[in-house]
Design a protein around this ligand. Structure first.
Ligand code: OGA
Ligand code: MN
Length: 231
């Protein structure tokens, strides 16, 4: 059985299609299944669990890198940056490089580099609604989250909830369970999102595509108002 195809009905949405660059351009986010081979999913899951159980993940903080605070009322997860020390990491980064090239070819975003970290949210863990980049101030352009959990049930919660760009509208665009093999992409400056409190250990890889120089980089969408938030 393919793990990647065993997603929960709640995740189904019209955006789950092969033409994910168009979804990204039209909606600001896309959900992709089947991009990461099952055997690589398992190696990444094994590595994330091992890091968690050997207690080498760090409490994540909030804010710009020069203004970093540990605020447990905003987020509660533990992370470790990829350092290319395992073949699972390099294989994942190689696939993300193909994503980077597709996005640049089809959406002209000028993405230049990618960084990623493992994350675990333990039971009770969450990340309140935020955007991943302050508009104009940072060079994170496209966010990615890849999930590493088998048999996730709706009652386990821990969904990522994606909101429309317009801050006044509170109805979510999507609520996606963190099931193994699911990759979510969204525009870092435009798309508010949150991680609902989880009831199980919730493993993922969060990553960000950056441009080299935000001032000269092309913009996918016209800037319309500022969504405030935290990193
Ligand atoms: C983040 C984030 C979402 C998720 O790390 O910035 O929003 O589903 N993660 O883990
Ligand atoms: Mn985020």
């Amino acid at each position: 059985m393919s793990l990647a195809s065993a997603h929960h009905p709640l995740e189904r949405s019209p955006l789950e299609n092969a033409n994910w660059p168009a979804s990204l351009a039209d909606q600001g986010y896309a959900v992709i299944h089947g991009l990461i081979p099952d055997e690589l999913c398992l190696r990444l899951q094994t590595e994330a669990r091992a890091k968690h159980h050997s207690d080498i993940l760090e409490r994540a903080g909030v804010g710009r890198t020069d203004d970093f605070t540990l605020d447990l009322t905003i987020r509660r997860d533990k992370t470790q940056w990829f350092d290319r020390s395992t073949s699972a990491q390099t294989d994942y980064l190689d696939i993300m490089e193909t994503v980077r090239q597709s996005v640049n070819r089809e959406l002209f975003l000028g993405l230049f580099s990618y960084e990623a970290h493992f994350a675990v949210y333990e039971p009770g863990g969450f990340y309140k609604r935020h955007v991943d980049a302050f508009r104009g101030a940072r060079n994170r352009v496209l966010s990615s989250v890849f999930y590493l959990n088998n048999d996730w049930q709706p009652e386990d919660d821990g969904a990522i909830v994606i909101y429309p760009e317009d801050d006044a509208r509170t109805e979510p665009l999507a609520s996606i369970l963190p099931e193994m093999g699911t990759l979510v992409l969204f525009l870092s400056e435009d798309i508010p999102h949150e991680v609902r409190p989880t009831h199980r250990d919730r493993y993922s890889i969060a990553g960000w595509f950056r441009v080299n120089d935000r001032q000269t980089a092309p913009s996918l969408q016209a800037v319309s108002g500022i969504v405030s938030g935290t990193l």
